[in-house]
Design a protein around this ligand. Structure first.
Ligand code: HEM
Length: 182
């Protein structure tokens, strides 16, 4: 099986990025929910935001690479079993997923840089604060981040249910070709 996409299936590079991103996004969501309930005296109080921000920024770079890769390579053609409506719905859903992902990462960046400090990515490198000090920046970005995170999980659930429906009810290759089984 090739690392590049073909006209009929996803290559291993696209598949690895898809599943790695999916696991990361779901883990960051769980971590974020847990993190906001920690108290100052908890030993994870400082460490968790550092991990959440570092992984979030790495995901941002991986997502940029993913879009560049999609643009450089071909995308498998829709399966013949899919109706025109299903093809349009899938395209729109994928577009919404990317839009929500970037809104989530951007709002996270605005929360973390509101005080003018750069974000340390696992102490490997820093991403500086480009727009600090906007009035109410942390609160506004925080509300957007929370709303977008919930919306993303809702859309991801619909997306995953659609893939499972194709696999179990329609018995087509939609999920299999994203798992490298077809
Ligand atoms: C956070 C979680 C997820 C995100 C953000 C996500 C995003 C995407 C995106 C953007 C695509 C279009 C291809 C691309 O641009 O790479 C895609 C394709 C796909 N995803 Fe997901 N996905 C997630 C989780 C899942 C899960 C849990 C499943 C299955 C249970 C799944 C099944 C699929 C399948 C089968 C395709 C291929 C669709 C086709 O060939 O038309 N995804 N996903």
């Amino acid at each position: 099986m090739s690392w590049r996409n073909s006209n009929t299936t996803w290559g291993s590079l696209s598949r690895v990025i898809h599943w790695l991103s999916a696991i990361t996004i779901i883990s960051l969501f769980a971590l974020g929910l847990w993190m906001v309930d920690l108290t100052y005296y908890d030993s994870w109080y400082r460490r968790t935001p550092h991990i959440h921000k570092s992984i979030g920024l790495l995901l941002f770079f991986i997502t940029l690479f993913r879009l560049m890769w999609l643009w450089l390579t071909i995308k498998p053609a829709p399966l013949q079993e899919h109706t025109k409506i299903e093809q349009i719905l899938a395209k729109v859903t994928h577009g919404i997923l990317y839009l929500l992902l970037f809104s989530l990462m951007l709002s996270g960046y605005f929360i973390s840089t509101a005080d003018g400090r750069a974000i340390e990515v696992f102490n490997w490198f820093e991403v500086s604060a480009v727009f600090p000090g906007i009035e109410g920046q942390e609160d506004i970005a925080g509300k957007i981040h929370y709303t977008v995170a919930i919306s993303l999980i809702v859309v991801v659930s619909v997306h995953a249910l659609a893939a499972i429906k194709h696999h179990i009810i329609d018995k087509d290759n939609t999920l299999k070709r994203m798992l490298g089984l077809s």
